[in-house]
Ligand binder design. Structure first.
Ligand SMILES: [Zn+2]
Length: 115
């Protein structure tokens, strides 16, 4: 499976946010609560097995735990956006300014080399 193309559903993002910081989160049912705990406490082999059946939840938990801006991305998904993208260059590599620009676009290098 191509992990980078995996889209985390809004509901899944809210569930993981509930587990991690509660901001923008929504409490899932007890099964999903236990499933999230199982995925996080699983060893590599069992985590891979669970990922086969629960790819979106596994990816959302991975983002929350290991992505530097994973929680920000999950919050954006929970707000209804599919992903945070720079309003200028459209790439999704944060962090972003309040105006929605990525770092590179917020401080663009002059193309002619003259500052
Ligand atoms: Zn940009």
């Amino acid at each position: 499976m191509d992990i980078t193309s995996l889209t985390v559903p809004v509901e899944t993002a809210r569930h993981v946010l509930w587990r991690y910081d509660r901001i923008g989160g929504a409490q899932p049912g007890t099964f999903t609560q236990h499933l999230m705990a199982a995925i996080e406490s699983a060893d590599m082999r069992n985590r891979a097995i669970l990922r086969e059946d629960y790819p979106e939840l596994s990816e959302a938990l991975r983002m929350a735990r290991y992505d530097e801006d994973g929680l920000d991305k999950l919050r954006a998904i929970a707000r209804g956006a599919t992903a945070i993208r720079c309003t200028r260059c459209k790439q999704d590599d944060g962090p972003f300014t309040d105006a929605g620009l990525c770092e590179a676009c917020a401080r663009p290098m002059p193309l002619d080399g003259v500052a």
